[in-house]
Ligand binder design. Structure first.
Ligand code: NDP
Ligand code: MG
Ligand code: MG
Length: 340
């Protein structure tokens, strides 16, 4: 089994006398900045004036513009949306990076696909929490944490690995487990996971199931409960006890159906498609498409998004969720539950 580092194994002195600049104060940014501060580190947040700036001030963290925050930092953690990182990096981060500082990320996309090219006098590492930012903060406050991957791309000081581990401990990940990876592995597996299984695979599976039932004349409300609502209950069981734990709780009829019908739906053909998806990620084809889509102001992204939001499962779901007040809206607003 791969080596997993925990809270008490990780030395954090190396980060104690350093200044950490967290650039961005969104889902991940607010969690990293507040957790590191509560762990006793010296933190400054780098932002432009706006909504996040006001929030950071309200939360009592030290806020500066990006250039000033970077100029005084020994560790610069870039927690801007991936699409905006290259521009902000070129304009405000790179010109102000101290020699010997560390440039850090929570996802390897921009470094791995060469959208951000670090100078050769800084360390480059990643600490990628395997959970949404709001949980990185909430679990920390509860005395727990979200597991993280860490990886070193460039080590000029000789201490990049130690600093990365200390950083992961500072955001609370030592309580859940910290695992070593590379920028390449983190980027490719993260993209694959969200595309083939967690987001893409799942939404397509749910919609196809819903459409199959409604096209056969069944009530959309019944199809919604079957194909969407119950999913969370099943996933919770898998999260706690794996496939066996989930199968223990369902009826034997459901389990027999799982065995005989599951592999008819997701079969060798599906796996061949998954391999194509993985290959497009590995060759940079996916990254290129997404970078160009952003440069063109997202025409296709916006068109698909508008169409998807009008799907019947969404209309029915909205009405049914209104009637279930215990299904909290705030939870569904948390972004990017995967991953990333
Ligand atoms: P968000 O979209 O939640 O955060 C955006 C933040 O960046 C906001 O504070 C925003 O401030 C600020 N920002 C945007 N543009 C600029 C700019 N030009 N100058 C200054 N500040 C700017 O990002 P995420 O937290 O989702 O993602 C951050 C990184 O973490 C990404 O690399 C992502 O892949 C990674 N990651 C994210 C996870 C998640 O749970 N979301 C999970 C694991 C990794 P403003 O209010 O001014 O717009
Ligand atoms: Mg991910
Ligand atoms: Mg991701």
């Amino acid at each position: 089994m791969a080596e997993v580092y925990y809270h008490n194994d990780i030395k954090d002195e190396v980060l104690k006398n350093k200044k950490v600049a967290v650039i961005g104060y969104g889902s991940q940014g607010h969690a990293h900045a507040r957790n590191l501060k509560d762990s006793g580190y010296n933190v400054v947040v780098g932002l432009r004036k706006g909504k996040s700036w006001d929030q950071a001030v309200d939360d009592g963290v030290d806020v500066k513009n990006v250039a000033d925050a970077v100029a005084e930092a020994d560790v610069v953690m870039v927690l801007l949306p991936d699409e905006h990182q290259p521009k902000v990096y070129q304009e405000h981060i790179k010109p102000n990076l101290k020699a010997g500082a560390a440039l850090a990320f929570a996802h390897g996309f921009n470094v791995h696909f060469n959208q951000v090219v670090a100078p050769d006098n800084v360390d480059v590492f990643l600490v990628a929490p395997k959970g949404p930012g709001h949980l990185v903060r909430r679990t920390f406050e509860e005395g727990a944490g979200v597991p993280s991957l860490f990886g070193v791309e460039q080590d000029v000081t000789g201490s990049a690995r130690e600093v990365a581990l200390a950083y992961a401990k500072g955001i609370g990940s030592g309580r859940a487990g910290v695992l070593e990876t590379t920028f390449q592995e983190e980027t490719e597996t993260d993209l694959f996971g969200e595309q083939a299984v967690l987001c893409g695979g799942l939404t397509s599976l749910v919609k196809s199931g819903f459409e199959t039932l409604t096209e056969a004349g069944y009530q959309p409300e019944v199809a919604y409960f079957e194909c969407m609502h119950e999913l969370k209950l099943i996933v919770d069981l898998m999260y706690e006890g794996g496939l066996e734990g989930m199968r223990y709780s369902i009826s034997d009829t459901a389990q027999w159906g799982d065995f005989v019908s599951g592999p008819r739906v997701v079969n060798e053909d599906t796996k061949a498609r998954m391999k194509e998806v993985l290959s497009d990620i590995q060759t940079g084809k996916f990254a290129k498409g997404w970078i160009l889509e952003n440069q063109a102001n997202r025409p296709e992204f916006n068109a698909i998004n508008a169409r998807e939001n009008k799907h019947q499962i969404e209309e029915v779901g909205k009405e049914l969720r209104e009637l279930m007040p215990f299904v909290k809206k705030s939870q569904s607003k948390e972004k990017e539950v995967v991953t990333h």
